[in-house]
Design a protein around this ligand. Structure first.
Ligand code: PGA
Length: 262
């Protein structure tokens, strides 16, 4: 894992956006896996800025979102579909036909999950999967106890996730208790993963995810099995890491190597 510790949240989002922008410039038809939640909001604003001010071109980019609440139609204001349109898709020149979010209102949820996996495969797989992390250690809605071999399926949300969702501005108290979510194995199949976390409330979870033993009780630990994971976090989120100093040295050495030095 490459652990990048930035001084503050703004720097985390700038670095993450720069990584995504570099991929889009190198591979205009790349396939991105995208999260929702509070963490990526500033990342999406930065991508919008890069589009507006630096001509970052989303016209060939393909996206797959991680998850969606069961029961919510794409036009429901609290659906993740609406979130994505509001916070990114309507702000850049992406083709709506290239964007994918599971249909929470699908009449046959199992068929929807299978179709979602198929669509990812047919797109050639995900080049870069962007992830947040829940305080329970979930990635997407893979709650504690999720099989590390899981694929896209319906998952029951934990109380912690329901409460985190209800804390979002404008959320109604009566939220769906089920979600369609990419599985842990779906996420691990991406060519590269980018995990973002900011704030002290994520510090303990992040330590478990990066330094703890691999366990389905903390699904984010499964990322330790992936060969290309970058974790970009701010100082407060990094405050629980036992090997923090080493990660800082490692990152400095890595940057020297990348700029041709030793
Ligand atoms: P947050 O959610 O960005 O709103 O903290 C992260 C997650 O639940 O994956």
């Amino acid at each position: 894992m490459r652990i990048v510790i930035e001084p503050d949240a703004a720097a985390v989002h700038r670095r993450a956006a720069a990584r995504i922008a570099a991929l889009i410039r190198r591979r205009p038809a790349c396939v991105l896996g995208l999260p929702t939640g509070r963490t990526p909001l500033a990342l999406y604003r930065e991508l919008e800025r890069l589009h507006r001010e630096e001509g970052l071109d989303f016209s060939s980019v393909v996206t797959f979102n991680l998850d969606e609440y069961v029961g919510l139609a794409p036009d429901h204001p609290e659906s993740f579909s609406s979130y994505m349109r509001r916070n990114l898709f309507e702000r850049v020149n992406i083709d709506p036909a290239h964007t994918h979010v599971p249909r929470g209102d699908a009449p046959d949820l199992a068929a929807e999950c299978e179709a979602y996996e198929r669509a990812i495969r047919e797109a050639g797989g995900i080049d870069l999967q962007v992830l947040g992390i829940g305080v329970t250690g979930h990635i997407a809605f893979n709650e504690p106890g999720s099989s590390l071999g899981s694929r896209t399926r319906v998952k029951t949300l934990t109380r912690a996730s329901l409460e985190a969702g209800a804390a979002h501005p404008g959320a109604t108290p009566d939220r769906p208790r089920l979600a369609i979510t990419m599985g842990v194995a779906t996420i691990l199949a991406a060519r590269a993963c980018l995990l973002l976390a900011t704030g002290r409330e994520k510090a303990a979870t992040l330590r478990d995810a990066v330094e703890g033993p691999i366990t389905a009780q903390v699904p984010a630990t499964a990322l330790q099995l992936h060969a290309d994971v970058t974790v970009i976090i701010d100082e407060p989120a990094a405050s629980g890491l036992v090997r923090r100093e080493y990660y800082i040295e490692m990152e400095q050495a890595q940057r020297r190597l990348e700029s041709g030095g030793r």
